[in-house]
Design a binder for this molecule. Sequence first.
Ligand SMILES: [Zn+2]
Ligand SMILES: [Zn+2]
Length: 381
Amino acid sequence: MADYYDLLDVPRNASIDDIKKSYRKLAFKYHPDRNKGSKDMEDLFKEVTEAYEVLSDPEKRSVYDRYGEQGLKGSMGAAGGFDFSDAIEIFMRDFGGAGGFGDLFGGRHRGEPHTSRKGQTIKVKVPLTLIDVKRGTTKTIRVSVLGSCDSCDGTGATEGSGPVACSACSGSGEERHVQRSVFGQFVSVSTCRTCGGEGTLIDNPCTKCRGDGRTRTQKEIEVDIPAGVTSDNFITLRGEGNIGPRGGSRGDIVAVLEVEKDTIFVRNGMNLGYELPITFSQAALGDEVEVPTVDGTVILTIPPGIQNGEVLRIRGHGLPELNGRNVGDQLVYIVVWTPDNLTTDQEEIFQALRNVENSAPGKIKRELQKSLWSRVKEAFT
Ligand SMILES: [Zn+2]
Ligand SMILES: [Zn+2]
């Protein structure tokens, strides 16, 4: 991977503010929602986010400055894996509330201050069908959330006792280790393992929550999902997530939308593709047939002489635009079906037909040589 400073286009002595500004600009530029889900852009988004995650953290930045990417092995999440969802999460954490864009509503703000004791964000997958996408919907999600312990009122202490300074870190919440290496001596700082970074311990912990101040409860939350969403969208429910330890504020719940693959239609943005097999006689003579759409069946007129691979359009039966007024179409891909098991009667008719057919088939339109339907399927599955 390229140099983090180069990736973010900042000098090596850039301030945190400069780093943040530059990252924000690049992240918005590369964000998959602005680039029709382009894989290259997705990779760039991931790379600048990884660079930002390191350079915006003074501790990680100093390690990177001294030892490069190698020095950070193991500190970038489990098994060194930094994937696209990590990148999205970091982007949302720092910019999600300020018009982050996969986020449909920018989050319901409760005006809570950001503190180090803020509880964790909970991600919940919300499966959706095409009908949900067509009409918009409200889904009830069930989440297991850490809430304030009612036995100790969230303090973590039994009545009459209270927090005392942690003796392991003298209340600082940090452990310092001095390490010597070929590069000289450096101090690494990590979270105190005794108090978990709180700086205090409970001398007589609440028995119900074991001093944590939190207990787990099941919560049901309704999420309004507008029409036209895609699997790139998420909805942040601010202040609905886990409460922070011992009186901390609540984190968020992020509803990650997942539009399930449909068995009948293939989605291409606002349009829906549908494959319609027809017979020789329907193709030659034309017909009126019932065709399913995402909102009920319609009668489709097949013009006489239609060719295999031609596309008919049913206007307005696609999906609506998110936060817009436009509606896509249903594209019907015609597949002329060849009978493979003729009865004696049918065979006689085909024989007779062959005798009156006057020539070899006409030239097939170039664009139909490869079925559009198969091209669409290649592109979107
Ligand atoms: Zn308790
Ligand atoms: Zn401590």
